[in-house]
Design a binder for this molecule. Structure first.
Ligand code: NDP
Length: 401
């Protein structure tokens, strides 16, 4: 059906190209490019071993727009899937505009020197993509991605309006490490240590990171502490669903994780401003990343399940209803299928499905779109068919945490 160029050979990129290779009818030609060719070649060899499918590989610096444009032209790709880091989003959107192809990513742009999470930089591309007749899909991972599509599906099939959305992200897995992050450590720690914002009565309420804690009994996982956090889909959901009065994002962390992050923050190791060390300028958080386990290598060690979903309250025919919609994903089953843990899997599979929506022509309107703005139905069917089955249950009433 179409040629795709995937940028970024990390944990998420590996899962996405494995799943694309399992869907050769949609992804007829796959190229994986990243900063280091060796990482692409290792993934290509694993894909060939598992499924007998050949994917092409290339080296590229995604910050170099001219080099990416040349690679797009060489591959003949009609879609670029950005699974590198948020810092590369704008350069890759520029490259897609210049080469005349569609764009998709899983995380919103962040300037390296400021841990700010907002869509303004990418939404500013709206007119340019519209004028070029090209589509850019922002945030087609799990959160953001599936969590927004869950909200859209509920709004389409279960509600007339939604007034409250809580997104609950639980990783009940254990990798045996004293401290490790589920995905890129630099991006993960920037996110977790950022000031918290949630939407209440039509405005942002701010609080300190890792301070609001609630115990919740997750299906198939059990009781875990979850912490209020800011997450980028809160901005896009409250923008695109203006009737929402309250929107919050919660993520589970064990005590050991919270203690490690608190100590690292207290001693300055999570800082993103450069410091001088022995005459060399270093960024503490990037140095810390070099010491921490690489999440793409934790697959074999990780046991347990994730449970990610939305609890939404709204009205149908004048009657208030509350639904919990979620996916359960098993780390060991993901490893058996594609050699990765569930956090990379729950991001890489929706990346493959979002890319399919573009190549199938389901998400074809020119412009820049967040996933809650798009039709959810085929995406939701594909989740069930490609490893992330979901379930929806009506609850007795709204959550009171
Ligand atoms: P990794 O760090 O494992 O992978 C990132 C890859 O991008 C690496 O291979 C890296 O190269 C490559 N890369 C970095 N900079 C460049 C560059 N300038 N040019 C080319 N390649 C580059 O990260 P993850 O796989 O864990 O995460 C990937 C993305 O997915 C991130 O943006 C993350 O925020 C997002 N994400 C989204 C989630 C969601 O649910 N929406 C959940 C989890 C992650 P090298 O190997 O040389 O470092």
């Amino acid at each position: 059906m179409g040629k795709v160029l995937v940028i970024g050979a990390g944990g998420v990129g590996s899962v996405a190209v494995h799943k694309m290779a399992m869907n050769k009818d949609i992804f007829t030609d796959i190229t994986l490019a990243s900063r280091r060719l060796i990482k692409c070649d290792e993934i290509a060899a694993a894909v060939k071993d598992r499924f007998g499918v050949i994917i092409k590989t290339a080296q590229v610096d995604a910050m170099d727009v001219a080099a990416t444009v040349a690679l797009i032209k060489q591959t003949g790709a009609e879609l670029l899937v950005n699974l590198a880091l948020p810092y590369q989003d704008l350069a890759l959107m520029d490259a897609c505009l210049e080469a005349g192809i569609n764009y998709m990513d899983t995380a919103n742009y962040e300037p390296p020197e400021k841990a700010e999470f907002e869509y303004s930089w990418q939404w500013a591309y709206q007119e340019r993509f519209k004028k070029a007749g090209l589509t850019a899909i922002l945030g087609s991972g799990f959160d953001p991605g599936v969590t927004s599509i869950f909200a859209t599906w509920l709004r389409k099939h279960k509600f007339d309006t939604i007034r409250q959305i809580d997104i609950l992200d639980c990783n009940g897995g254990d990798n045996g490490k004293a401290f490790a992050t589920n995905f890129n450590p630099e991006i993960n720690i920037r996110e977790v240590t950022a000031p918290v914002r949630h939407w209440e009565n039509g405005q942002w309420v701010t609080s300190e990171a890792m301070t609001t804690k609630v115990a919740f009994d997750f299906p198939h996982v059990g009781e875990k502490n979850m912490y209020l956090m800011y997450h980028e889909e809160l901005e896009s959901i409250t923008t695109h669903f203006p009737e929402v009065e309250c929107a919050r994002f919660w993520m589970t962390f064990g005590d050991a994780y919270i203690n490690h992050v608190t100590v690292l923050q207290n001693v300055g190791m999570t800082g993103i401003a450069p410091v001088m060390h022995d005459g060399v300028e270093i960024i503490p958080l990037q140095f810390l990343k070099a010491l921490l386990p690489d999440p793409s290598e934790l697959g074999e060690l990780t046991k347990g399940k994730t449970c990610i979903g939305d609890i939404a309250t709204g009205a149908k025919d004048g009657v208030e209803k509350t639904y919990y919609i979620y996916n359960i994903c098993n780390h060991e089953e993901c490893y058996a299928e594609v050699g990765s843990q569930a956090v990379a899997y729950t991001t890489g599979v929706p990346a493959m499905i979002g890319a399919s929506q573009i190549l199938k022509g389901n998400w074809a309107e020119a412009g820049v779109w967040n996933t809650e703005q798009l039709d959810p139905d085929d995406f939701m069917d594909m989740l069930n068919a490609h490893g992330l089955p979901w379930q929806v249950h009506e609850l007795d009433g709204p959550v009171d945490f």
